[in-house]
Design a protein around this ligand. Sequence first.
Ligand code: GLC
Length: 561
Amino acid sequence: MTTDDRPPAARPGALKGATYGDEWWRHAVIYQIYPRSFADTDGDGIGDLPGIRSHLDHAVDLGADAIWLSPIYPSPGLDVGYDVADHTAVDPVFGTEADFDQLVADAHGRGLRVILDLVMNHTSDQHAWFQASRASREGPFADWYLWRDPAGFDDDGTPQPPNNWLSFFGGSGWQYDEPRQQFYMHTFLVEQPELNWRNPEVEAAQWQMVRGWLDRGVDGFRLDVFNAFLKHPELLANPAREGESPWDRQEHIHDRDSPDFPELIARFRSILDEQPGRMSVGELFASEPERAPALFADRHLVFDWGLLAAPWSAEAYAAAIDGRERYFGEDRWLANVLSNHDQSRQATRLAASAGIDDTDAVARAAAVVLLTLRGTPFLYYGEELGARDVPVPDDRIIDPPARRALVDPDFQWWNRDLCRSPIPWTPDANGHGFTTGSPWLPFGDDASVRNVETESADPGSVLSTYRRLIGLRRSTDALRTGRFRRVELATPDVLSYLRETATERVFVVVDFAGEGRTVDLSGLGTRAWRPVGGTHVEPSTPGADGSLALRPLEAVILVEA
Ligand code: GLC
């Protein structure tokens, strides 16, 4: 019997969003941590779990409800952790099993939920399953990966791949393996063999692993490249089409987005639903947003790239937002994301796409959009500082496809190292509070100003802006749950929309231009709009005639008074 009769959300250690019940994630802001780059406590230059524990208050101060950790499992590190050698354990580079359990306990103690990145499409070639699978065509693991005989042999006896499937990381998607005298399939590196999800034993083993993490208190999962799990049962070749790269010159209809996939993801959801309040989001791999709705299950979110792909213009954002609202429909909840560990950081990317130098101003305006659209916002560590891509010289590139692109003229790749540099906690040039050693990737040359300590002290910084915006979101029902309606104000470079519940109306207006713009709000049915937040500490206020003069790259959030 509990003696604490405070509402669940008010009890010490109550998870944030406890008042929202099992679907807390609809109300949440989720913060992605790239563990290598968050905080290093043992001086090896690589972030670790004790480091994350010691900086949980950063996520709390930001107003996040959950942290999502990029892979923490043992890995040879060829795809920087996305090549997993054992999905059930913690990589010693990040700490011990006890460190992980302590991290979950500490996070929960602060009201933060913990989400893991699950890489279930493939494993590392060092995984015990693959080692056993490659050793024998007869053994118990023989059919756990996508093995096929050669389609034939060319004149000099070279085995030919079973079909035309490609690797997203360049070259053929098939690798001939001498021990079995067969090819295995890999959508990514040769060292990332694809699992055979049509084998029920594979599925059962995955669910067992998932339950293991749930039992350790994990609150949900981000599923890596989830729409690639199921391939066409007969591994049919992809049809050819026009395109700029070998990958684009195929229509990827047989190596992903299988029509029977929703049944698989529903089975996954039912495992999560064995315990209350567990969330899941799947990463839509190399697919257009319009394909996302076919990959849904109840209570499962899908990351699409509609928003992330848009350049910084009001027109492009309007088109991306309208497209996503149309494809997903009002009944499906959206997962909104502007940056992650695979993409150029938004401050750099968006400012460059519009030819604007002030990356902080663009970062603040983009934050308003991200945090006021319908859906759950996912932030990527560092974006709250306005962090920019950090250049890495060619001879220090870590990202494997980027290294391939240096030598393969048929293959283009953006070096993902640029968006993965360590977070600077302090201005101290000697490790920036991240490490006492030598960081695994360099800091930007702006780390003495764009760091947590310096920005915390500046109310106008990108960090302070994120904190204010997330706080406003938390206290404003319409921003979290309201219906979305885009509004055309007929002012160039301005994006605007309403978020509405039965009792509250919020209007968001964003000037995408590096110059001021004046909008006319008089057509919105009321003139009583009160600014409650936005990009600037003191947001601009509408005049009595309903006109609102926006400063360059200013976004204002108004409530109906
Ligand atoms: C996902 C990850 C990416 C990784 C790839 C292969 O797209 O986000 O970082 O390289 O899957 O696992």
